[in-house]
Design a binder for this molecule. Structure first.
Ligand code: AHG
Ligand code: MN
Ligand code: MN
Length: 338
């Protein structure tokens, strides 16, 4: 029996049927993000060709200013969502302040936060990169959205997801009813359901972290890392180390195969004692995904989803993936760190 072919649009529509009160605004917002992902995906496959096709430098053959992929991805996300009347405000890793809806255009009930291109240091070496997004309901009464609409904890997310531009382009999202993965068929330009109901496997395979920074970690994190490698005094199934330096790619591997990714606080720079990753548009959306796939995400002491942001670009330590491995990090930090 041929397997049913389900596009992401149909899947989102079917998810909406689970919410009789849904007005379709939320459904259309997810469509828009899927469309933005297709536009960005097309550009990522050309990234390496920029020099060859003479698109380099300031002006490309179409007379447009040639832009870096993360600037391009940021503009696609903003333009795709500014005029639809579905959002009241946006926040992006690439924008210092909130992104308001342009004058004369309607505002809507939702808030979009996103990292338009994650892992940008990997673009030039052809390693997988991604886009991360989270969707909140607005908290302000009406009119233009405010920064308070963006500074909501992860446990207020109504949906979150990511796109991974790798060997194939995949979009993974959750609205709280399971986590579902779609693979882009570039031939027809559709995301087709390829990974329904993703659950993090019971038995983890990997741990992902940048051991190059181990000398900056707290004693608890150093002991945790020894434990993961089977060098501690407690037994653990031996795990393989896999680290690609693209959060989306590292997270996706641990979601599908089981494991833990962590980017801990480091003592190197008093300005960023909380590590490198950002709470609002990296840690919290992925924490929502991890939990809906049976996993967990912590800052080493508390659930990521419980942290109420106080600024758009605030950073947080992140331990995310298989629940028991993440909880073990909290045990070591609780035991060894003040
Ligand atoms: P971004 O490209 O959006 O700034 O994110 C990069 C992040 C994340 O993708 C990855 O996990 C981390 O940087 C890697 O950092 P290190 O190179 O310090 O390990
Ligand atoms: Mn990022
Ligand atoms: Mn980024």
């Amino acid at each position: 029996m041929a397997e049913e072919i389900i596009t992401i649009e149909r899947h989102i529509l079917e998810m909406q049927r689970g919410h009789p009160t849904a007005t379709g605004v939320f459904t259309n917002l997810l469509y828009d993000i899927a469309l933005a992902a297709k536009v960005i995906a097309r550009e990522t496959t050309r990234a390496g060709l920029v020099e060859i096709l003479g698109l380099a430098g300031k002006m490309n053959v179409q007379g447009e200013a040639q832009m870096k992929l993360d600037v391009f991805a940021n503009q696609v996300m903003i333009r795709m969502n500014s005029y639809t009347g579905r959002l009241c405000v946006m926040a992006s890793e690439e924008e210092p302040e909130i992104i308001t809806i342009p004058e004369g255009y309607p505002t809507g009930p939702y808030v979009l936060v996103f990292d338009p291109l994650d892992g940008s240091s990997n673009i030039d070496v052809n390693v997988s990169i991604g886009t991360i997004f989270g969707i909140y309901r607005r908290v302000s009464a009406g009119g233009p959205g405010t920064v308070e609409d963006c500074l909501q904890p992860g446990n207020r997310l109504v949906a979150a997801g990511y796109v991974i531009y790798g060997a194939s382009t995949m979009m993974v999202y959750s609205t709280g009813q399971g986590v579902h993965g779609f693979t882009l068929d570039p031939g027809v330009g559709e995301f087709l359901l390829s990974h329904p109901n993703i659950r993090i496997p019971e038995r983890p395979k990997y741990f992902s972290t940048n051991l190059g920074y181990q000398r900056y970690w707290s004693p608890g994190v150093v002991e945790y890392t020894r434990w993961l490698q089977g060098m501690g005094d407690e037994p653990v199934s031996s795990l393989s180390l896999r680290y690609i330096g693209s959060l989306v790619a590292d997270f996706h591997r641990n979601l599908l195969d089981g494991g833990v990714f962590y980017y801990p606080a480091d003592t190197r720079d008093p300005k960023t004692p909380h590590g490198k990753l950002r709470l609002l548009y990296e840690a919290a959306p992925l924490a929502f995904i991890a939990r809906n796939a049976g996993g967990y995400a912590s800052d080493g002491r508390q659930p990521i989803e419980d942290i109420v942001p106080t600024s758009l670009h605030q950073r947080t330590p992140l331990f995310i993936g298989s629940r028991d491995l993440v909880e073990k990090a909290e045990v070591f930090i609780g035991r060894y760190d003040q």
